[in-house]
Design a protein around this ligand. Structure first.
Ligand code: SAH
Length: 227
């Protein structure tokens, strides 16, 4: 069974979006993963098909209604559905490569994209939604965030990444940022490629890459090293 993504959104036409191209798009066409974009508005019950209302207690903006979001969720995944139910949210736990790996090893994900000020707390609690953030900034909606999450997951699915090896040495695998890359030409604007990389000595090359990765991580992201 391949990875199944169900995305609940007010803008289903935004999908597959970037996920329809390149690596993820080819994997989608091959059936390595599947995508269903559900229009939340189809589950509105009043004659105006409204999905949002003014915030209880007053204040700016609108809030997505619990009953409408819940109806969309209930129609998309039943109690027995083993997939985690995520809500893209700036209040959520920041997404990490470790969580991405967990998701990629699972059956898929049901992802709710917020709009406006967000969604009524009762549907988060009532349907056990796990809030996931893609970083400490505020987007206008969860659709781009959902595509970020899915892009990160899809490239890890079996058979998706052409060169399987490039998965292990890159940033965040093993808590290190990636060392610098070089390719031809050997000299560009007077800049050359570090000699060790053209030496053919693979033990030396590995050692150099490891050192560069550690140096970069110490300089830029000491938090990854636990310090
Ligand atoms: N009023 C909210 C922000 C709402 S932004 C607050 O201050 O927390 C509208 C929607 O965009 C959110 O419901 C969420 O689905 C999405 N979104 C915005 N920023 C995000 C982020 N950093 N990560 C994930 N989703 C985000």
């Amino acid at each position: 069974m391949s990875f199944r993504a169900t995305v609940l959104t007010l803008y289903p036409e935004m999908f597959p979006g970037t996920l329809g191209q390149a690596l993820a798009g080819k994997a989608l066409a091959r059936g390595d993963w599947s995508l269903e974009a559900v229009q939340i508005r189809d589950y509105a019950t009043d004659k105006h098909r409204s999905v949002d209302d003014t915030p209880a207690g007053g204040g700016a903006g609108m809030v997505m209604r619990a009953d409408v979001v819940a109806a969309a969720l209930d129609a998309s995944c039943d109690e027995a559905d083993p997939r985690p139910r995520l809500l893209m949210s700036p209040r959520g736990k920041p997404l990490t490569q470790a969580r991405v790996r967990d998701l990629a090893a699972g059956p898929g994900a049901v992802i709710v994209c917020g709009r406006f000020e967000g969604v009524d707390q009762r549907v988060i609690d009532g349907r056990g939604l796990e809030e996931v953030s893609i970083g400490d900034y505020v987007l206008s909606g969860g659709e781009v965030a959902a595509q970020v999450l899915l892009d990160a997951v899809i490239r890890l699915l079996p058979g998706v990444m052409g060169n399987a090896q490039s998965g292990d040495t890159e940033s965040f695998e093993g808590n290190l940022l990636e060392p610098p890359h070089y390719t031809r030409p050997a000299e560009w604007e007077g800049r050359t490629i570090p000699e060790v990389l053209t030496s053919g000595n693979h033990a030396k090359i590995d050692e150099w890459r490891r050192e560069e990765a550690e140096k970069l991580t110490r300089e830029r992201r000491p938090d990854l090293l636990g310090g």
